[in-house]
Design a protein around this ligand. Structure first.
Ligand code: BG6
Length: 486
């Protein structure tokens, strides 16, 4: 059933709205996934006339990788849904005026604004009397920069909304391949018996980006890779890999299990940051054969900064399933390639009846490619065909490419999935406040540890795989990072 609601995008003339939200809404419209009477309201300060607003929206929609093409007919019907509302979202009077124009349907308020104005916006909504039990609120990161500041923002939301009305976005959870982690683990019988410390040696999670921080340097400099990527995206991936079977396939059951993983993360503090984390900052180098500036040489950059653009962490989950199985996480900007993947490294076979280099038998791996070339590869040992006296072995991957396996299916963008779920009232792919509190607590420990021990980022060349010490983090445990295979 299609849910009848209106979607108000506050900050509706901003970058995120044009680049991600309107293209996603257009796709949902085209697939008939919005109720006929659903209106989409771009709530802005009046930077654009209605015509310019629509023109800009179409330009960005056509540029979206997920939309592929915009046809005049469906654009015309999509435009009929669009309203452009000029006003001040922190003014109760303007919010009332908006509601009058929109009518009595349920409203989804999507705050595509800096969190610093969440408080006055929510207050204005409360004063205007537009919030009922079925009103929903969508908020984007960054939700704080520490546990304390997250609590302040969250308490602000709770003054007007209840948990069941709040949808905190982590766009990684909307990615097809990330949702598939649940299917992979819980809809196949052959992983579960091996999915524990008896058979898994360690797990690697890499989210590498080739872009730099340029363009949003000031925001990024206050944040850094740990807060910008690990606190949310990477930790959510860890939770999906490590969590237990949820009692039911329902939002709170899944979120309860994720929370347990976050709560079992071994704290990393001043006594262990040095052995468990590596910070890096990119220096001038070349990416895709193009020279690129270093982090502090970017446009608008300060000449000196101790913000990390790369971080590698040895995380440990202290529970029965994962005790002794490190989860190595790394993410960085201006790295050699853009890719995200999870590697499950299995332990070597115990009884080596074949007389070959023992290391060669240490190669069972499950590689889950989240982006690009989305797919799954199971690496296993095989006999090389031939008449040699000894049995020659080779590691060969059983490769599942989603693009080939599902060639008749369009892969929707993360924002399509997430917006649709908000209209359906499904909170499964959104973060609950206790998950975020736990994540901040873990991350705060590292930040305090870095400050206390003055652990500064090491320079790494743009276009490389991060600082050398990131290699050392695994080498000292007798392991190595998985190389990217294009
Ligand atoms: C955002 C971060 O949440 O995720 C950005 O703030 C980062 O710094 C982006 O570039 C990465 O998302 P994706 O979908 O391109 O991997």
């Amino acid at each position: 059933m299609l849910n009848i609601c209106n979607i108000v995008i506050v900050g509706g003339e901003g970058d995120l709205a044009f680049r991600k939200l309107y293209p996603a809404l257009y796709s949902l419209h085209k697939e008939n996934l919005l109720a006929d009477c659903t209106k989409v309201v771009g709530f802005g300060r009046g930077k654009f006339s209605y015509e310019d607003f629509l023109t800009n929206m179409r330009k960005w929609t056509e540029a979206s990788d997920y939309v592929k093409s915009v046809d005049d007919e469906s654009w015309a019907s999509f435009s009929e849904r669009i309203m452009h509302f000029n006003g001040d979202a922190t003014s109760a009077k303007d919010i009332k005026r908006l509601q009058k124009e929109m009518g009595p349907e349920e409203i989804v308020f999507y705050l595509s604004t800096p969190p610093s104005i969440f408080a006055p916006i929510c207050k204005a909504m409360g004063e205007a009397g537009v919030v009922t039990d079925s009103t929903r609120l969508v908020v984007e990161k960054p939700l704080g920069e520490s546990l304390a500041s997250f609590n302040v923002i969250n308490d602000t939301l709770f003054e007007t909304f209840e948990e069941h009305q709040i949808y905190r976005i982590d766009h990684y959870l909307g990615k097809e391949t990330v949702q598939n982690l649940l299917a992979l683990r819980f809809a196949n019988i052959f992983f579960e018996p091996l999915w524990n410390r008896n058979y898994i040696d360690h797990v690697q999670v890499t989210v590498a980006e080739s872009v730099g921080a340029g363009g949003r340097w000031n925001y990024y400099d206050e944040s850094g890779a740990l807060r910008d990527m690990v606190q949310n995206h990477l930790l959510q991936l860890v939770c999906l890999v490590a969590m237990e079977f949820p009692a039911r396939n329902e939002a709170d059951d899944i979120r309860d299990e994720k929370l347990k993983i976050i709560r079992c993360l071994k704290p990393i503090d001043a006594s262990s940051v040095h052995t468990h984390t590596v910070r890096g900052q990119y220096a001038r180098g070349s990416v895709d054969n193009k020279l690129v500036p270093g982090y502090v040489e970017e446009k608008d950059a300060k000449a000196k900064s101790n913000t990390e653009t790369f971080v590698a962490i040895k995380a440990e989950i202290e529970n029965n399933r994962w005790q002794g199985v490190p989860f190595y996480l790394r993410t960085g900007k201006r790295m050699a390639d853009r890719y995200s993947e999870i590697v499950i490294q299995f332990k070597p076979v115990i009884f080596k009846f074949i007389d070959v280099d023992p290391n060669a038998l240490n190669n069972n791996q499950l590689v889950i490619r989240l982006q690009p070339n989305e797919g799954i590869e199971m690496k296993m040992m095989n006999k090389v065909p031939g008449l040699n006296e000894s049995m020659d072995l080779q590691n060969v991957g059983l490769n599942l490419s989603f693009e080939e396996a599902f060639e008749d299916h369009r892969s929707p963008s993360a924002y399509e999935r997430l917006i649709l779920d908000v209209t359906r009232g499904d909170q499964t792919l959104f973060m609950r406040s206790d998950e975020l509190r736990g994540a901040w607590e873990w991350v705060d420990g590292m930040i305090d540890g870095w400050e206390a021990t003055r652990q500064l980022p090491q320079k790494y060349k743009a276009g490389s795989n991060g600082p050398d010490d990131a290699l050392g983090l695994l080498i000292k445990d007798g392991r190595k990072w998985q190389d990217f295979e294009a």
